[in-house]
Design a protein around this ligand. Structure first.
Ligand code: NAD
Length: 434
């Protein structure tokens, strides 16, 4: 098929590349022309495992074309995906300016009947507004079909998620649209049970509900972790105890120092906002977000309990800045909050992340943080190690190296990845909920 993907970020770039890999002819459009120029030279704006080689090979075979020229792309496409950002506004509502601007740009240059597919996460009703906006600004007789096809890829394993999706949700108004999108996705899906076909609004809603439920599971377990600490129970054991119940399962019930990323925080708030706009006050959702914000402070509270409120004269080695492993994304990352709280109390930071240092530096302005290129260099003369993101390279600890470099053998483990056995080697270990 001939496709256009508008918005070449985490979602647009991964999706476009995977469609091209399957033999489709894909235009990836972005209005950030520097990004497009870099992509043409195989310089990627994001880190995502295995993405770089796929971008290169598909550009070389001519199936993946990067451009800032929307008309050129639409002239050659029948199916147009909108994958631009839908960030949070200050009041927690969803900023749809990028989506609506794209709708107006499409109306201006589109030249033939097309299917517009909303892949961005958008509040219920947005797809119909996009269709309305395009149609009311068209000066030609063109048929526009609209579909909602929310994206469920996870940063860090995005290529795999895209190539092997758990399900593909398609919200549409007629069989022709369902058939077109099913055909497109059939190269990723052998088992047709994985297609979930529904009306447009339910598809839009499904994306928010999925993220809100996952965020709820995390905040629920973090709340349980905090209770465990009070009563002397161990949340890791509790997880094993409850996860064996098939109705509960083991996934997404790990305690930690809070979730981040561009999706959970904004989508929970977006759903709260949609509910409020429609006269409903959601009680569970409001607390999911609050629990998470507090959870980002749990490690800081432990640091303060150990060293006192005044951290001046102390240096903390941070391992992991991205909001989760295998990505360079730091949007809403707990590391931003933890680092700023340490520095506000007079502490200094030496930080290391395998991929996210540049992004973190762009989002965090302080003279009291230095960045190193190795996980061991940040330990030199630090008074404690603070593990925030559980990259694989942090899992196996070289205790001799730690003991040699750290001033004090203290570890704050924000993801509960270390064995309490390291206490036998004289380390103080602080974890979440145990
Ligand atoms: P992103 O910020 O990484 O990328 C958005 C891109 O859109 C940017 O490159 C920007 O330059 C471009 N853009 C903005 N306006 C444009 C215009 N008028 N024309 C062309 N390009 C334009 O965003 P993202 O993380 O890829 O997220 C995109 C959407 O997908 C959001 O709604 C998000 O909630 C949703 N989503 C994200 C993820 C994720 O893991 N990142 C997963 C599922 C769904």
């Amino acid at each position: 098929m001939k496709l256009t993907i508008i918005g070449t970020g985490y979602v647009g770039l991964v999706t476009g590349t995977c469609f091209a890999e399957m033999g489709n002819n894909v235009y990836c459009v972005d209005n950030n022309l520097e990004k497009i120029a870099n992509l043409k030279n195989n310089i990627l704006p994001i880190y995502e495992p295995n993405l770089a080689s796929l971008v290169k090979s598909n550009q070389e075979k001519g199936d993946l074309i990067f451009t800032g020229d929307l008309k050129e792309a639409l002239d050659s496409s029948n199916v147009i995906f909108i994958a631009v950002g839908t960030p949070e506004k200050e009041d927690g509502s969803v900023n749809l300016d990028y989506v609506y601007n794209v709708a107006l740009e499409i109306a201006e240059v589109i030249s033939h009947d097309s299917l517009i597919v909303i892949k961005s996460t958008v509040p219920v009703g947005t797809a119909f507004k996009v269709k309305e906006l395009i149609e009311s600004n068209l000066d030609k007789d063109i048929k526009i079909d609209i579909a909602s096809n929310p994206e469920f890829l996870k940063e860090g394993v995005a290529i795999d998620d895209c190539m092997h999706p758990d399900r593909v949700i398609i919200g549409a108004q007629n069989d022709e649209v369902f058939d077109t999108l099913k055909e497109l996705y059939s190269s990723f899906i052998v088992n047709s049970d994985r297609f979930v076909l529904m009306d447009v609004k339910s598809a839009e809603m499904s994306k928010y509900v999925a993220n809100a439920l996952l965020a709820t599971k995390i905040s629920f377990m973090n709340e349980i972790a905090n209770i465990c600490e009070k009563v002397g129970a161990n949340v890791k054991n509790v997880r094993l105890g409850i996860g064996s119940d098939k109705r509960i399962g083991y996934d997404f019930i790990y305690a930690g120092c809070g979730y981040g990323g561009s999706c959970f925080p904004k989508d929970v708030k977006g759903l709260i906002n949609t509910a409020a706009d429609n006269g409903y006050e959601p009680k569970i959702l409001a607390n999911v977000d609050e629990v998470n914000e507090n959870q980002k402070l749990v490690l800081v509270n432990k640091i303060v309990d150990r060293f006192g409120e005044d951290l001046s004269g102390l240096t903390f080695a941070i391992w992991g800045l991205s909001f989760k492993p295998q990505t360079d994304d730091v949007r809403c990352a707990p590391s931003l909050v933890i680092a700023s709280e340490i520095i506000e109390r007079g502490g200094k930071i030496q930080a290391y992340d395998p991929k996210a240092t540049d992004n973190f530096q762009q989002n965090f302005d302080s003279e009291n943080i230095v960045y190193e290129n190795s996980k061991y260099d940040v330990l030199n003369d630090a008074d404690a190690l603070v593990l925030i993101t559980e990259w694989k390279e942090f899992r196996a600890l070289d205790l001799d190296e730690l003991a040699k470099r750290l001033n004090q053998k203290i570890i704050f483990d924000g993801r509960n990845i270390y064995s309490p056995k390291i206490r036998k080697a004289g380390f103080e270990l602080y974890q979440i909920g145990c």
